[in-house]
Design a protein around this ligand. Structure first.
Ligand code: MG
Length: 384
């Protein structure tokens, strides 16, 4: 099987290559892409020998090309976005791993779905903002989506690809609760970026760590799950150990759960190997060492960002892109020290009141609401 990894120098790209390293005879690399990290990309080329690479940053691309010549590697460097799309869509690409972050992932994900590819989706933003639209497109083109998000992969595994969900009564999405699960609500106003990016279970980028601390990440995951599984009855369960990655309840009140150590290589190996199971290289789960698992309901007063996201489920349309864009702006402002922790929620809530929510007819509608929301958020932040 031939794989295109978009964002190969990031954490998902890194984990994907680790899984491929364990299964070298079954997979080859067609395309690796990165934004600027030409140093790591050349190391990946030496080891995995991809047919093509694409570096978004022109300066980095030039340096990379020089290094490629020095090392006498055969990899072909793509020069334009158009060529990049052609490689994603070509017959030689079987699987597209969408590992890049942010709304920038929407275009390539859309393109891979248009071409009917098997997509391993780590870019949750694309399904948050355009889930309904992309679902319809999947039906037309026969593209399949395998979520690389521990919770959504767990749900996928519990559903066992059941096309008919009439037997399912509830999806229960778990979350660790983040670093402030037991913090007094009175102390929330003084939370610093350093405290917010210190996640107890997962080691992640700054943006997603802040989202995990506000539980906005869980809110975005509820929206993502709503579209990935075309199912609305989704509840959140706080589970600090992060061992049960999610559960599915059926009509007879039987509940299936997926358990493993927190390790992204498991969802990646599940998606790459499906319908077979392959070696993920992850450590075995030792429940006798963990001994006990804990659960509680989420506190929506303490974590109002989660409530914002849940309340948007029946609203739909561009509301999800307003939420996502405004959150990105607010988290960046918080990390820069321009707004306080509790202002993240206050500003998102204001922007949701101010920007008109429309139905999504095309990706253009999403890009427009994304832009309008960012402008509105920036103007609120600048006038504070
Ligand atoms: Mg997750």
């Amino acid at each position: 099987m031939n794989i295109a990894i978009l964002g190969s120098t990031g954490s998902i790209g890194h984990s994907t290559l680790e899984v491929i390293r364990k299964n070298k005879k079954d997979f080859s690399i067609n395309l690796l892409t990165a934004k600027t990290n030409h140093k790591l990309l050349i190391e990946q080329c030496e080891e995995f020998n991809p047919e093509f690479v694409y570096l978004e940053d022109e300066q980095a691309r030039k340096v990379f090309e020089g290094n490629l010549l020095d090392k006498k590697l055969q990899t072909c460097v793509i020069q334009s976005l158009k060529e990049f799309e052609e490689i994603i869509g070509c017959n030689e690409t079987d699987v597209v791993v969408a590992g890049m972050v942010g709304i920038a992932g929407l275009m390539p994900v859309h393109f891979a779905i248009q071409k009917g590819k098997k997509v391993l989706l780590a870019n949750k933003e694309s399904y948050v903002v355009a889930g309904e639209y992309l679902n319809n497109l999947c039906k037309e083109t026969g593209a399949t989506i395998f979520p690389i998000d521990s919770e959504h992969s767990a749900i996928h595994q519990c559903l066992n690809n059941e096309a008919n969900k009439s037997g399912v009564s509830r999806i229960i999405l778990t979350g660790s609760g983040g670093p402030f699960l037991n913090k007094d609500i009175e102390e929330f106003s003084s939370i610093t970026p350093e405290q917010a990016i210190n996640h107890p279970v997962w080691n992640m980028g700054k943006k997603i760590s802040v989202d995990s601390s506000t539980l906005m990440n869980k809110g975005l995951e509820v929206i993502e799950a709503r579209w990935l599984f075309d199912f609305e009855n989704i509840e959140i369960l706080i589970h600090p150990e992060g061992i049960i990655h999610s559960l599915v309840e059926f009509k007879d009140n039987s509940v299936l759960a997926q358990l493993s150590n927190p390790d992204m290589k498991i969802p990646i190996a599940y998606g790459l190997g499906y319908p077979n199971r392959i070696n993920s290289g992850s450590n075995k789960l030792k429940l006798h060492e963990i001994k006990s698992l804990h659960f509680q309901e989420p506190d929506l007063n303490k974590f109002p960002c989660l409530k914002l996201a849940i309340d948007l489920l029946p609203v739909g349309g561009t509301s999800f892109s307003i939420l996502n864009a405004t959150n990105e702006e607010c988290v960046a402002a918080f990390l820069d020290g321009r707004i306080s922790y509790i202002q993240i929620y206050e500003i998102i809530s204001k922007v949701l009141d101010r920007i008109e929510i429309k139905t999504v007819q095309s990706l253009q509608d999403i890009y427009e609401s994304d832009k309008a929301s960012r402008l509105e958020a920036s103007s609120i932040i600048n006038n504070l």
